[in-house]
Design a protein around this ligand. Structure first.
Ligand code: A3P
Length: 322
């Protein structure tokens, strides 16, 4: 019998099983053994029923803001970090533990409401699919797919607006032209512009865990043009009582986006959503069309395989290529 401290024992254990150093959280309420020792002060149900995965710059804030008008939707509290998103499943906050995540929703869960976590870094995260499925295997997942070239350019403009030195110094064309001889910050910016738009590749990572019936691929371009239609599709997917968004949303010709109608006024999203910038160059457009050709073809194949509708922009592209 060897007497040693718990810390020494833990060190010994994790030396043997280093892959277990990172915890993986499960829902204590779904496991009888855990539930029996779950504090009576804690309530079940403080976890998301719906996760909007992203990616960034596809209209995720607009979708969340509009869905929040529905009485059966409970959006997570705004995080003071990470641009108001929880980003729990993709980032370091995961190590703060389950109670930290649960505190994003009120303790008294009304079973008629659907709780949402919208964190646009989840989509392309390597860690989030496994973590999400362990914790909330029955959650419904929403991905917003904006034409990926448009998304890439929006991300570049976002970085410029946030005074990223590289984005301020180099034009979008120069970013796209970066290669292995370019400096790291330029290569990184190019990667961040392009990588989240590899839609099929990222969706497949989520489908390793979740059944395709729990995933909706919503159309980011349609959300800009006709949010009422997109919200109708989302409401059906979430089995929500139908709210007539045509009554609640109104187009603002100055903002050039849909806004919420509020007492004869329009409440639009903030300055950082729906920015004004010049169109990308022809050269950038051609680069992006050719860069995403293979990825888009893979997305068509994947969506057909799982019997999902193609977003409008992808349908148009696939008809052009026939
Ligand atoms: P731009 O500012 O580049 O136009 P996200 O919230 O995922 O970061 O996405 C931001 C993008 O949402 C904006 O990018 C804008 O194009 C898009 N968007 C869609 N509907 C919108 C709306 N009603 N109001 C403002 N932006 C909207």
């Amino acid at each position: 019998f060897i007497q040693t401290s718990p810390i020494n024992m833990a060190n010994y254990y994790f030396n043997l099983f280093p892959e277990e150093i990172d915890p993986i959280w499960f829902d204590p309420c779904k496991d009888q053994r855990h539930f029996k020792i779950w504090s009576s002060k804690k309530s079940c149900g403080q976890l998301p029923d719906v996760i909007i995965l992203g990616p960034q710059k596809t209209g995720t804030t607009a979708l969340l803001t509009f869905l929040d008008l529905h009485k059966s939707i409970k959006v997570s509290k705004k995080s003071p970090n990470h641009f108001e998103e929880t980003q729990f499943l993709s980032g370091k906050d995961y190590f703060n533990g389950l109670d930290f995540y649960r505190s994003y929703w009120p303790p008294q869960n009304n079973s008629d409401t659907l709780q949402i976590d919208k964190s646009s870094t989840y989509f392309h995260s390597e860690l989030a699919p496994r973590r999400a499925y362990a914790l909330v295997p029955s959650a419904k997942l929403i991905v917003l797919a904006l034409e990926p070239g448009e998304r890439a350019y929006s991300w570049y403009q976002h970085q410029r607006a946030h005074k990223d030195r590289t984005a301020e110094t180099y034009t979008f064309d120069e970013v796209l032209e970066a290669d292995e001889t370019s400096m790291k910050s330029l290569r990184d910016l190019k990667k961040h512009c392009l990588n989240p738009g590899h839609y099929s590749q990222h969706i497949e990572k989520w489908l390793l865990f979740y059944p395709s019936s729990q995933l909706l691929l919503a159309d980011g371009n349609e959300l800009k043009r006709n949010p009422v239609k997109t919200l109708q599709i989302v409401q059906e997917f979430l089995d929500l009582e139908t709210l007539d968004f045509a009554e609640l949303l109104v187009y603002d010709p100055v903002k050039q986006f849909y806004c919420v109608r509020e007492n004869n006024k329009k409440k639009c999203l903030g300055k950082s959503k729906g920015r004004k910038y010049e169109e990308m160059s022809q050269r950038a457009r051609q680069f992006l069309n050719s860069y995403y050709k293979k990825h888009n073809a893979n997305l068509v194949r994947l969506l057909k395989k799982i019997s999902k509708e193609l977003p409008s922009w992808l349908e148009a592209l696939s008809q052009q290529n026939e």
